[in-house]
Design a protein around this ligand. Structure first.
Ligand SMILES: O=C(O)C(=O)[C@H](O)CO
Ligand SMILES: [Mg+2]
Length: 262
C-alpha cells in the first residue's frame, strides 16, 4: 500500500521549520518533502533526518526570488545561468540528503510573452537539468500546477506535461502528479492516473476544494490510493495540504494507512 510523506512546507506549519522533522516522525511519517530549505545548512538537515529516521523524498530546485514572484526559473529568458547554478546547488543538497527526486518548477509567463518560446527554453533547461541529475542518480520531476493558485504558471495540465516528457524522452525526467492540481485542471483523476502511469514518479494529495485534508471534499482518496496500489505504484504520496486545524487533529484520514506500506 502507498507510503505517505509529510510536506513540511504545508504540514506542522505552526512550528519552526527545524522542529517539523521531529513532529512528522512523531505523527508516524517515515519520509518528508518540502519546497526548499536552502537557507539551512545541508548538514543540519541531514542531522534532523537521521535523528528522526526520516527519508528525504523530494524537494524543489531553488525557484528564484519567491517574494518577487518567481515560481521557478526553467522557462525564464535571461535567467539561464541562474538556472544552471540552481541545478548544481540542488544536486549538492540531494547528494548529501540522499534524495533521488527534485522538482523543477517551470516558472511564470508574463503578459505578452510567447508561450512557444518559453516552452522551448523550458525544454532546453529541463534537458540540461536531467543530464546533470542523471549523472548523480537523481530524477527531475515536472509538476502541472493550476493557474488559479499560481496565475501565469507555464505548466498547467498533466497532458501538457505528458507531451513534454514524450518529446524529451529522457530517463532522468518524470511526472509529479499532484492530484489536487489535476482535479482543478481536468478532473477525471482515476483515468488520468492510469493513462499516464508510466511517467509518474511522485504523487501528491490534498482535498478539493480548499487544499485541506484529503478526506475533505469531492475526491474519494481511499479509492485513489487503492487504485494506485492496483496500478503497481511503489512511490510516495506527498501530503501537501493546508490543515484546517492543527496538523495532528487532521491526521485521522491517515491512520488506516499507516503501517500498511508494502
Ligand atoms: O504547489 C505545489 O503543488 C508544489 O508541489 C510545488 O512544489 C510548490 O509550490
Ligand atoms: Mg504539488
Amino acid at each position: 500500500m502507498p507510503r505517505f510523506c509529510a510536506n513540511l512546507s504545508f504540514l506542522f506549519a505552526d512550528l519552526p521549520f527545524e522542529k517539523r522533522f521531529a513532529a512528522a516522525a512523531a505523527a508516524g511519517f517515515s519520509g518528508v518533502e518540502y519546497i526548499g530549505a536552502y537557507d539551512m545548512p545541508m548538514a543540519d538537515i541531514k542531522r534532523h533526518l537521521d535523528e528522526n529516521e526520516l527519508k528525504q523524498v523530494l524537494f524543489n530546485l531553488p525557484p528564484g526570488d519567491w517574494e518577487a514572484g518567481d515560481r521557478g526559473l526553467a522557462c525564464r529568458p535571461g535567467r539561464e545561468e541562474e538556472f544552471r547554478d540552481s541545478v548544481f546547488r540542488a544536486l549538492d543538497y540531494a547528494t548529501t540528503l540522499e534524495c533521488d527526486m527534485i522538482h523543477c518548477m517551470a516558472g511564470n509567463m508574463a503578459k505578452g510573452e510567447d508561450p512557444g518560446e518559453l516552452a522551448r527554453l523550458y525544454c532546453d533547461n529541463l534537458l540540461y537539468a536531467a543530464d546533470e541529475a542523471g549523472k548523480a542518480g537523481v530524477t527531475i520531476l515536472i509538476e502541472p500546477i493550476n493557474g488559479v493558485d499560481m496565475p501565469g504558471y507555464l505548466l498547467n495540465s498533466v497532458e501538457q506535461a505528458a507531451v513534454i516528457l514524450d518529446q524529451l524522452d529522457h530517463p532522468a525526467l518524470a511526472l509529479q502528479f499532484d492530484i489536487y492540481h489535476a482535479q482543478l485542471v481536468g478532473g477525471d483523476i482515476a483515468s488520468r492516473l492510469a493513462r499516464h502511469f508510466d511517467k509518474i514518479r511522485h504523487v501528491q494529495i490534498a482535498g478539493v476544494p480548499g487544499r485541506h485534508e484529503p478526506d475533505r471534499g469531492e475526491l474519494n482518496c481511499s479509492f485513489l490510493f487503492y487504485l494506485l496500489d492496483r496500478l503497481g505504484y511503489d512511490g510516495w504520496i506527498g501530503c501537501e495540504y493546508k490543515p484546517q486545524g492543527t496538523t495532528e487533529e487532521g491526521l485521522g484520514w491517515l491512520s488506516p494507512w499507516q503501517g500498511t506500506a508494502s
